[in-house]
Design a protein around this ligand. Sequence first.
Ligand SMILES: N[C@@H](CCC(=O)N[C@@H](CS)C(=O)NCC(=O)O)C(=O)O
Length: 269
Amino acid sequence: MKLELYNFSQSTCSLKVRITLEEKGLEWEDKLLVSKNHDHLSDWYLKLNPNGVVPTLMSDGRPIIESSVIMQYLDQIAPEPALMPADPYDQATLRAWLVYVDLVTTPASRFPSFQFGGLRIKFQAMSQEEFDEKTRKRPVKSGFYKTMSKENGFPPEVMEAAFRDLRSTVARMDAMLEANGGPWLMGDQYTLADIAVAPLIDRNEDIGLEYLWEEKHPRVAEWLARIQARPAYQRAYYHGCRLSEIYPELGLGRGVHRHVLDPNASVSA
Ligand SMILES: N[C@@H](CCC(=O)N[C@@H](CS)C(=O)NCC(=O)O)C(=O)O
């Protein structure tokens, strides 16, 4: 089966799929798109993915979209090592977690990523007309971009809501690690539950928000170190795909942004 992945190097949704491909040891072709060139909004790509987002997996020439769907597809076509639990109840629990990560954690992570992580730089460089045009063009994301001002990013109340959702995610992860006994979210077995959320936690660490879990949820900090140590994870995270590497001029990294705009941050930088 020929597998090709349209993706951005830095995209957390793309990383979910890249980690899964690497864990499975599958051969795949990297069809890297460049977000700042808006490759993902071009007519040919919108025919493959009408949502105008990455990733899109081409499986023998047929497109599959939605990162959580792609991960589950890969687990079905390459059953070893199994990344879904065998028990149907556990599978249902895992799928509910994937929905939560897609609906709550992924959107919440976009706000600090754009605000602190350098993604705003490319919009600041645009004229207002160009910014409005790019915003309008997004098939499923124009609402998100409309809450952002070109110069100042997102208003404080929007950032506060995003941090609330990130704190809830981390608290849920801690509860899962405690209830299931670790070392992974579902217990003994490393699964798609871990892979789905890891790039989001990794992103927040990369932009200096690790205090969100390090202060009160050491289990989550240990889990992150454990997953980051996996060789497949490290292959997916090749050099140049973290925002701290893409925007070195911002001096991103652990501890740098904890004081900015997060009203609940109890540690000052
Ligand atoms: N639900 C989609 C979300 C995909 C998504 O939002 N991808 C981001 C990168 S992580 C993207 O393509 N953004 C392009 C844009 O904002 O224009 C999935 O999980 O595949």
